[in-house]
Design a protein around this ligand. Structure first.
Ligand code: ADP
Ligand code: ZN
Length: 599
């Protein structure tokens, strides 16, 4: 489609015009009031101060006073003077009463009191209420503009325009790209598909962790097909005023129909598409938005060439109605990249950066199992920052390695003052993790042990995670528990004390044990049953004491692991002392140095 989206919406124009008009009215009002006062001022022939007037009254030199309630001018006639004077004094209630009193006191003054004329009355009321009116109008305008601004977010900027992202910019994800090529073809030549009688999916759900490239691939589809890309995020609806969510969904689709063929991308669709409940309030507001989305999905003409892509990390949370045929009936899972994918992503993002020649992206890819594309991009950026700070000519391998650590464990905190006692505790704790892992077949090799604080951790043990795994065995999980508890076990055995430093290990271990029991069916007394409840009403009944059984199973797994960790350490006390001693001396031990202790 070559035409530019021409609807810089008429409605938007209307609102701007309205705001403009209101502004003009406000200015006119203020101007009128000032002008009126000026007019009075011009007519004034003599400016008698308030005190002067009172003095004149008391002196008895005044013959006649004429005043009009609400007016800013009074007419005064002095004795022995033919003409009346106009004096600028607001005829407030207090002033009128004062003059009336003076008259009563015996001053011979002719007092004429006019009731206010209608114009003055109106002006007066206006002056009183103008601030309120202006504030009300401004409030309405702000509200309207806010809706407008948000809509702008949807339609303007990069959205609703063509993207220059192509499949080339998306590393890895070969199967996913392959699957999506037919969508690109359809957007390019819808007629061919229609003539063949083929039905193309309207909605595609992209499932995967944040940062795995869902938005990127959606943009790439639009880029490849040369069609506009309109996007909005489900979370934008959450704090919406009543009804606004639904109306924005409607407008999004209206816009899409006008500029079709195009792609609509809804990020975080779970924010609006979560399973409907019969709840009220915010929930029912969400329901309205979701209902509108369903209506729009159903309301497409088959002729319309619009593909709706939606991203979520929690497809199981979505309302089933969203996944029905004709809606988001196709799901594509975007997994975190494997080692090869990570290497490719690193290379793509390295293109605009200065790297030294000896950089080995393969090694970095091997050290970053589980990293998403966004995290890898972040690592490269951190490396560039580190290299700049260190005044390197270009980014060195050591900068990259430092960046990986920075992203995984946090930044080194050299400035933190640590007591010798804490250092010793950390040294034994980390030595404990490292030594225990050494004796566990399924656990990764130690890459580095350190007692330099990073981020929240007082020290860390890094492993070589050079393997991408799809399945994890029960033995592996059991041994993972042992490795995790190795730190706490070492503190206890070597120093006969335990510290809070193990809190994260304990948290992770508890979660692993819980998953083994409730998700992976690895507990013999419970068997292969999923006990993870996602919704209260989904709870199957296994008898009243199922939670007790889960609890005692988790405890049993942890107890066994903790005991095993202690056994390993007790059998290797000499190593525990020497590794901890070396850590206290050097703070960091490399993989080779660690292996030395076992030769
Ligand atoms: P998501 O939408 O899944 O949260 P994004 O598409 O926003 O993730 O990805 C964030 C950033 O991470 C992208 O802009 C890109 O720089 C990088 N990225 C993620 N995956 C890839 C990939 N496969 N190839 C290249 N870059 C990627
Ligand atoms: Zn630990």
């Amino acid at each position: 489609m070559k035409e530019k989206p021409k609807n810089k919406n008429n409605k938007d124009k209307f609102y701007y015009l309205l705001a403009f008009l209101v502004a003009i009215i406000c200015f006119a009002g203020v101007f009128l009031i000032i002008f009126n006062q000026n007019k009075d001022k011009k007519e004034e022939e003599k400016d008698l101060a308030y005190t002067e007037l009172i003095k004149q009254i008391d002196e008895g030199s005044i013959e006649k006073i004429e005043m009009t309630t609400g007016s800013t001018t009074i007419k005064v006639k002095l004795k022995n003077v033919e003409e009346e004077e106009k004096v600028i004094i607001p005829s407030t209630q207090a002033f009128i009463e004062l003059v009336q009193e003076k008259v009563k006191e015996g001053n011979e003054i002719e007092l004429i009191q006019n009731s206010p004329n209608i114009f003055l009355k109106i002006a007066d009321t206006l002056v009183t209420f103008l601030p309120t009116i202006i504030i009300c109008i401004l409030f309405i305008v702000v509200l309207k503009m806010q809706g407008l601004g948000d809509k702008g977010k949807v339609y303007d900027g990069e959205k609703g325009t063509k993207t220059n992202v192509s499949f080339k910019d998306v590393a890895g994800l070969d199967e996913e790209k392959h699957e999506l090529i037919e969508i690109v073809d359809f957007l390019k030549e819808p007629k061919r598909f229609h003539e063949m009688g083929a039905k193309i999916p309207r909605g595609i759900l992209l499932c995967g962790k944040p940062g795995t490239g869902k938005t990127l691939i959606a943009k790439a589809i639009a880029g490849e097909a040369g069609v506009p890309f309109i996007s909005m995020s489900g979370s934008e609806f959450i704090e919406m005023f009543a009804g606004l969510g639904a109306s924005r969904v409607r407008k999004l689709f209206e816009k899409a129909k006008k500029i079709s063929p195009c792609i609509i991308f809804i990020d975080e669709i779970d924010a609006i598409g979560a399973r409907r409940t019969n709840a009220s309030g915010a929930e029912s507001e969400n329901n309205q938005t979701l209902n509108q989305l369903l209506v729009e999905m159903d309301g497409f003409d088959t002729e319309e060439t619009i593909i709706v892509l939606a991203a979520t990390n929690r497809p199981e949370m979505l309302d089933k109605a969203l996944l029905r045929p004709g809606r988001f009936d196709r799901q594509i899972t975007i997994a975190a990249p494997d080692a090869k994918g990570r290497e490719e992503i690193l290379k793509i993002h390295a293109e605009n950066k200065k790297f030294s020649k000896d950089i080995n992206f393969k090694d970095i890819a091997n050290d970053t199992a589980g990293f998403t594309g966004a995290e890898l991009a972040n690592v490269l950026n951190e490396a560039a920052i580190i290299a700049t700070t260190k005044k390197h000519k270009n980014i060195l391998m050591q900068d990259l390695e430092e960046a990986v650590k920075k992203v995984t464990v946090g930044i080194e905190k050299h400035s933190r003052v640590i007591s010798d006692k804490d250092k010793k505790l950390t040294a034994y704790h980390e030595a404990g993790h490292a030594i225990v892992s050494k004796f566990l077949e399924t656990q990764f090799e130690v890459k580095e042990v350190s007692i330099i604080p990073r981020g929240l951790a007082g020290g860390y043990t890094m492993y070589k995670t050079n393997e991408d795994k799809y399945y994890v065995s029960k033995t592996e999980m059991e041994e993972k528990l042992i490795a995790l508890l190795g730190g706490r076990a070492a503190e206890k055995i070597a120093l006969n004390d335990i510290s809070t430093g193990a809190s994260n290990d304990i948290e992770v271990a508890t979660q692993v044990a819980k998953d083994m029991v409730t998700v992976y069916g690895m507990s013999d007394s419970i068997g292969p049953i999923n006990l993870q409840t996602k919704e209260p009403y989904e709870q199957l009944s296994f008898g009243e004491n199922i939670n007790d059984v889960i609890g005692s199973e988790v405890k049993r797994l942890i107890d066994i692991a903790y005991k095993r960790a202690q056994e390993i350490l007790l059998a290797n006390m000499d190593k525990l002392h020497s590794v901890a001693g070396r850590l206290l001396e050097k703070e960091v031990i490399s993989a080779e140095e660690f292996e030395e202790f076992f030769r």
